[in-house]
Design a protein around this ligand. Structure first.
Ligand code: IPE
Ligand code: MG
Length: 210
């Protein structure tokens, strides 16, 4: 969900205002995705690299994730099941503070019975870290390192392959997002910064040949 900072900058607002609007936009877009009958929506909320940002900005983004994972009432009304993908909380490099861990666990539990769209939020996520962990686990599996054993040891093995990958805010390069899962995905590039990514943008992404 790239471009929150630029969205804010172009309006003379602080970067944090862009992140706040980005979280609101995700709530709006989830509604649209449900109407479009999308089954799996996965968003990159916070990367393993994002911890290097200035502390006040990180704190603001953490608070927004607490808010996002707190939207249980809305998610239940939409029959959306929330999931999380990222470095396991007990792994040595993981940095997710307890209050965010709690919000994530609670949201997952409180939406577990929903049967509609699965909204997966990547938080403290990096595609390379995920692959290192998967290969390490696959090494100890009966078949050793194979395509199947790596797939089975990803953070979220049930996540289906990516159909359409969206890059916002004019970024025309691959990021550290779902590297394994997005092999073969169509890519939708748009100049719209994340807070402006609306239903028309989503429809354009869905219209890509797949
Ligand atoms: C995305 O917006 C939000 C996060 C990475 C958490 P950015 O903060 O990357 O916004 P730009 O790229 O500076 O515009
Ligand atoms: Mg950015």
């Amino acid at each position: 969900m790239d471009g929150n900072g630029r969205w804010a900058g172009s309006r003379g607002l602080p970067r944090t205002a862009g992140h706040t609007e980005g979280e609101e936009n995700l709530a709006r877009l989830v509604r649209v995705a449900v109407r479009r009958n999308i089954k799996w929506l996965t968003v990159f909320g916070f990367s393993t690299e994002n911890w290097r940002r200035p502390r006040p900005e990180v704190r603001h983004i953490l608070g927004l994730h607490e808010k996002l994972f707190g939207r249980v009432k809305e998610l239940n009304e939409l029959n959306v099941r929330i999931q999380w993908i990222g470095r396991p909380f007990d792994s040595p490099a993981a940095r997710t503070p307890r209050y965010v861990q709690r919000a994530i666990r609670k949201a997952i539990a409180d939406t577990a019975d929903n049967t509609g769209m699965v909204l997966t939020v990547a938080f403290d996520y990096g595609g390379r870290s995920e692959l290192v962990a998967a290969v390490e686990a696959a090494r100890h599996s009966p078949d050793g390192v194979t395509v199947d054993s790596i797939s089975e040891h990803l953070y979220m093995p049930e996540l289906p392959p990516v159909d359409v990958l969206v890059r916002t805010s004019g970024e025309r390069r691959v990021s550290n997002f779902l590297l394994w899962q997005s092999a073969g995905a169509a890519i939708y590039f748009t100049d719209a910064p994340w807070p402006d990514f609306d239903e028309y943008e989503l429809d354009a992404a869905l219209a890509l040949p797949r």
